[in-house]
Design a binder for this molecule. Structure first.
Ligand code: HEM
Ligand SMILES: CC(C)=CCC/C(C)=C/CC/C(C)=C/COP(=O)(O)OP(=O)(O)O
Length: 303
């Protein structure tokens, strides 16, 4: 192998030694933080009043530990493909700063701690549903779907959509219709959230050999699907109002946020521009955060 070929295939080297920050990074803290926001709001909507501090603290801690563990496993399973993509090549396992074994041990500790907390301090239903979400993301999505089909996100997104239900069951110990509605909202949101980023990073996914929708079916097809999912998202977000779960404040907020999302999707379909794709991805995060905050404001306004 020539020196140039070696340089191209080598793992990115790192001069920095391992630190606690690497372990924190492995847990995808910003993604988990948004999941916890949706779990907290699930708890607050489920409770007749305000849930007890113990459910709030232990429920969210347990869910966060298991979600973090799932993210760590994702780094281990994806080590090779993370090394190929510019967005992920500096990750702790991809660079080798954290070994696969250490990462797996870390994931095991997080998962065991999370399960014990949920089992002993919350309830078994929440513990098993959270574990199922971990398996859904780390096992079904990462290990299998991500590499197998361009519909990976449309199916695998269910795992990431679970936190509001997990929050709800932590309080009520029951799976109820309104909680499933919140799951449905995140489930419909996930494809536009991710496909916008996949368009922006299409070349990298192609290089890594991952069959993301823009790679297999092109940008225009993906943009059309983003638009269709955004319509569906807008329709699904009207259900909390239609079923009497939320009031007019929510309806106004959800409609305004959804119309703005549609505006991004239409711009994307018209312009096919990488920068618009990135802006759409960023908006998707603001959108979900704002939508759940509006749900909560509405809940306490009519309370
Ligand atoms: C299987 C479903 C999902 C897929 C495939 C997906 C994909 C992604 C990807 C690839 C990124 C970029 C990460 C990076 O640059 O390191 C990202 C970022 C993000 N995702 Fe998702 N996502 C999913 C579900 C969710 C869910 C359910 C939430 C929250 C409820 C969420 C919240 C976020 C946030 C907050 C970021 C920004 C993270 C940052 O700034 O570092 N995602 N997502
Ligand atoms: C217990 C529970 C609630 C589990 C949910 C786990 C969890 C952290 C889901 C995150 C969703 C996500 C960021 C997917 C991206 O994975 P990717 O591999 O497509 O993206 P990447 O290339 O950035 O790693």
């Amino acid at each position: 192998m020539t020196d140039q070929a070696k340089a191209l295939t080598a793992r990115p080297t790192t001069t920095r030694s391992v630190s606690w920050r690497d372990f924190l990074e492995l847990t995808k803290p910003r993604v988990v933080a948004l999941m916890i926001l949706t779990a907290v709001i699930g708890m607050l909507l489920a409770a007749p009043g305000v849930p007890g501090w113990d459910v709030l603290v232990f429920g969210n801690l347990g869910i966060a530990l298991l979600a973090g563990a799932a993210a760590v496993v994702n780094h281990v399973v994806d080590q090779k493909i993370d090394t190929v993509m510019a967005r992920t090549r500096r990750r702790p396992v991809a660079t080798g700063r954290v070994s696969q074994l250490d990462a797996l041990l870390f994931a095991t500790v997080l998962a065991l701690a999370g399960m014990m907390i949920l089992m002993w301090q919350v309830n078994a239903l929440t513990a098993w549903l959270t574990l199922a979400s971990l398996v859904g993301y780390a096992g079904v999505y990462t290990l299998f779907l991500k590499r197998a089909t361009p519909q990976n996100i449309a199916i695998g997104g269910l795992a990431g959509a679970m936190p509001p239900l997990l929050g709800w069951t932590a309080v009520t110990n029951q799976v109820e219709g309104h909680a499933l509605l919140l799951v449905l909202i995140i489930f419909a949101w996930t494809p536009p959230h991710f496909w916008a980023l996949a368009i922006h990073r299409k070349e990298e996914y192609a290089k890594a050999g991952i069959p993301m929708l823009p790679v297999t079916h092109g940008n225009r097809y993906t943009e059309l699907h983003i638009l269709l999912y955004t319509f569906m998202l807008l329709a699904v977000t009207l259900l909390p109002f239609a079923t009497g779960m939320s009031g007019w404040i929510y309806l106004a907020g959800a409609t305004a946020l959804g119309l703005r999302f549609l505006q991004y999707s239409v711009r994307l379909l018209r312009g096919d521009d990488r920068r618009v794709a990135l802006a759409t991805f960023k908006y998707s995060i603001t959108y979900l955060m704002a939508l759940f905050v509006v749900l909560l404001v509405d809940h306490f306004f009519y309370f």
